[in-house]
Design a protein around this ligand. Sequence first.
Ligand code: ZN
Length: 114
Amino acid sequence: MSAAEVLGRYRERIVAEIAGLDASMVALRQVRESSSDDDEHDPEGPTLSSEWSRIQGLLAAARQQLTETDAALSRVADGRYGLCLDCGLPIAPGRLEARPTAAYCVTCATRHAR
Ligand SMILES: [Zn+2]
């Protein structure tokens, strides 16, 4: 399977995940609105809030992944996919397998993390 195919499938999965999370947000908002009358006494209140922040966190992560995937796909189009954005050396195949959107080699990624 080519890098473009791997990334294409990866992207489809993320898009589906975002759609699912968006639907959860809509559902959650409806539950919240319908129960807003007695928020103070609603035992579900705190649960809903934590569920809300959990889904928002997942959504933010999924959108970030989507951005990274699109960037990786544009590198495929440029013929620069698999090359580190910093040092230009090839990124280890194992790393790309584990993380198809990787933009930096292990050395540079470690340096960035510091
Ligand atoms: Zn590098």
